[in-house]
Design a binder for this molecule. Structure first.
Ligand SMILES: *[C@@H]1O[C@H](CO)[C@@H](O)[C@H](O)[C@H]1NC(C)=O
Length: 304
């Protein structure tokens, strides 16, 4: 190749790849990588069928998502999946994967609230997780403790209410008292709410709600005829939230199962299954999820 051809080639790369790439990465505040650029181009060139969106063509994904604030999910539920696989792929230990996952969680919560979501619920530890190797269970429990401690100032500064739901009977004394402290310190905050599901299962939740209703009926506090969806929602553990039913449920790492998370609550949720491991699910991926969600809302209109 002669010198001018090489120069022309370099100039073309600069004009068509680097400059727009840097521009996009600055506008979206995401890292400058090939994946992010390809992702952006895919979204920017996807066809829209409605007038409003045609007018918006040319604006960046982040701007568009934010402009449609009224179409933002009020409650986002996340099944955190892929920490172990993420660590394996890097030749790291399982605990490194969970640590990366916990870090990701805090970062994503910030983005999520900044974009207008009120409630984030996290399926952090399922009842089935007790069957994992003892080392891993201990590591996860230690991570809960460390993060509750280290993030307490953040929760208070940002006025984020924290609630923990699930079966508490197997949780250690030290973690329990920490949970009590965090819940007590943040209980009056409104507007931002994180629900952490530890030893939670959807069936367990429905069962405990049924038991409570049955007891109330037996004690003559309510009539059987009073038992309806509203009464049920007042007994489910998500009663702690202003928005108990998630609008958007995300499960990372490509698995397409609810795995006994919110069974009652996700009856009308949009289900999103990105093929990304949880520690890799960053702001760009979250924007993609929101774009998908807003398009779903547009197509199906108001749901029942
Ligand atoms: C909560 O966990 C304890 C300990 O494993 C168990 O005995 C109990 O049945 C659980 N509660 C429910 C309602 O599942």
């Amino acid at each position: 190749m002669s010198f001018p051809i090489v120069l022309t080639f370099l100039a073309l790369i600069l004009v068509f790849f680097l400059v727009p790439g840097l521009f996009i990465s600055r506008r979206l505040r995401v890292s400058f990588s090939l994946t992010n650029i390809v992702r952006f181009i895919k979204i920017a060139t996807s066809k829209y069928d409605d007038e409003e969106e045609r007018n918006e063509k040319g604006s960046t994904m982040g701007e568009k998502v934010k402009r449609e604030r009224h179409k933002m999910p009020k409650h986002v539920a996340v099944i955190l999946d892929g920490n172990r696989h993420w660590a394996e792929k890097r030749g790291l230990g399982t605990s490194d994967g969970h640590e990366a996952g916990a870090k990701r969680l805090i970062e994503n919560a910030k983005d999520c609230f900044a974009m207008g979501t009120n409630t984030i619920s996290l399926f952090a530890f399922s009842t089935e997780n007790w069957e994992r190797p003892e080392d891993e269970v201990n590591c996860l429990m230690a991570l809960f403790e460390t993060n509750f401690k280290s993030e307490m100032p953040y929760f208070q500064r940002e006025k984020i209410k924290i609630s923990v739901i699930g079966n508490r009977s197997k949780i250690s004394e030290s973690l329990l008292s920490l949970i009590g402290e965090v819940e007590e310190a943040t209980k009056s905050y409104e507007g931002k709410h994180i629900i952490i599901a530890i030893d939670y299962s959807g069936r367990f939740d429905i069962l405990q709600a049924c038991k409570s209703l049955a007891k109330k009926a037996k004690d003559g506090l309510i009539e059987v005829e009073d038992i309806n969806e509203k009464a049920m929602e007042k007994e489910l553990m998500t009663k702690c939230s202003e928005f108990p039913n998630p609008d958007l449920l995300i499960r990372t790492s490509g698995e397409q199962r609810i795995s006994n998370f919110f069974l009652w609550q996700s009856a009308y949720s949009e289900l999103y299954f990105p093929n990304v491991l949880w520690p890799d699910f960053g702001e760009a991926e979250y924007l993609e999820a929101l774009t998908w969600y807003q398009q779903r809302q547009r197509r199906f209109g108001r749901r029942v």
